[in-house]
Design a protein around this ligand. Sequence first.
Ligand code: GLY
Length: 333
Amino acid sequence: MSSRRRFLQSSLMAAGAALLPAARALPASNGAKVVSTWDFGVPANREAWRILAAGGNALDAVEAGARWAETGQCNSTVGRCGYPDRDGFVTLDASIMKGDGSCGAVAALQDIDHPISVARKVMEKTPHVLLVGDGARQFAVAEGFEPRELRTPEAEKAWREWRETSRYAPEINAERRGVPGNKDNHDTIGMLALGADGRMAGACTTSGMAWKMHGRVGDSPIIGAGLYVDDQVGGATASGVGEEMLRNAASFLVVELMRQGHSPSDACHLAIERVVMKRPQASKTLQVCFLAMNNHGEVGAFALHQGFVYAVCDAQQQDTLLQAPAVYATSKT
Ligand code: GLY
């Protein structure tokens, strides 16, 4: 190698080293913890906690918690009982990520009731990160997942009623406000776990927006939008109208804000402000929620509109449900 090339190479390496934050040793964990979005996060956390409390790792914990949300409840926004798209198809999105950067996801997956476990198989058994639609279904079946009808009679009835108007207008925290005929249609479960070894993982799973266009994919299976985890910093996940998270690479943004020194709470708040800044008018009519945990186990959350709750579980508190601060008070709550 010529001395000029050697000089250029070492200069570039030095420049790269200056741009990239040096990898730090992971902090000794204060103890295991799991957090997740919405009130169904409480029982989902319990499933995850069973694993963490027994010394299990964060990845197994978030998969177990997300699996509970997919089939252990019947909820119109996650898994088996999810509401269909406007053509009547239930299509599921999910992602899973380890703090070392390994990740897997599925989008627009039909007939398989544990998309989070298919996402984990994508991570562990393929050279890819994201499989979609029929290809994701074929992969799941090849991996032993049994196809089944996901559309429940209740979801079918709601879809038929919706077709009378075919109006696509997601309501903020609708089910929580008891709005008849307009159930919550954006309550994704996002879960973040910190293992006793200081390693983190996250999972995010949803049936997406009710009555969405067939083929629509939200933020939940997109690494960096609905979920992002980095052992060096922490993790973030999102719930709400996924298009806003996609526009802002939102979960990645929250983690990067924590990397710059912001607390989880401030990072979520700053990311919400970014959403408002980008689309101030739209922000008044849709919900966006962020939940973050850093690698010391500090937790924060923020939402566009009041009504977002999140569940926290560790050795001291098993069933804690907290209200996130918000930019707007939702008038109809
Ligand atoms: N946050 C879920 C979705 O928009 O699909």
